[in-house]
Design a protein around this ligand. Sequence first.
Ligand code: ZN
Length: 163
Amino acid sequence: MKRGGILDMSDALDTLYREVILDHYKHPRGKKKLDHASLRNEGKNPTCGDEIEIEIDLDHDTVKDLSVSCAGCAISVASGSMLYEVIKGKSVDEVKKIAQVVKAMLKGEEYSTEGIDIGDLDVLEGVKKFPVRIKCALLSWTTLVDALDRKSNSETERVSSTE
Ligand code: ZN
């Protein structure tokens, strides 16, 4: 597993951005076990060796609590930690909107943050200059959205089977 990728970026990343990412990397938020998890998903980024496990405690359509356990490079861990801070307490719709903003940000596409709170996530925008690292930054988000999508799919199946 490669570590310390942040050091390769030190010249190009803004000092502030670097500090925020390093802080999340050294003190990842949301690394805990949930007593009650309605959804659980794992994700891997083989190109870098990042691995993540996300647990979500859904209360109707709100992410009441979640846990993010990521082992990997600074970018993947920091992104997961920021995800935890931003996502906790949000509705599933909001979560999906934020995930779309993060994707667009990393791919250098147009996005709007109007009406949504993205917390520290704007620091991830610097990652787009490093195509190899984009997957690292996206890992937690794709793992999260995948878990939520699977839930809505199984609900659809349940509904249609009762018809
Ligand atoms: Zn990585």
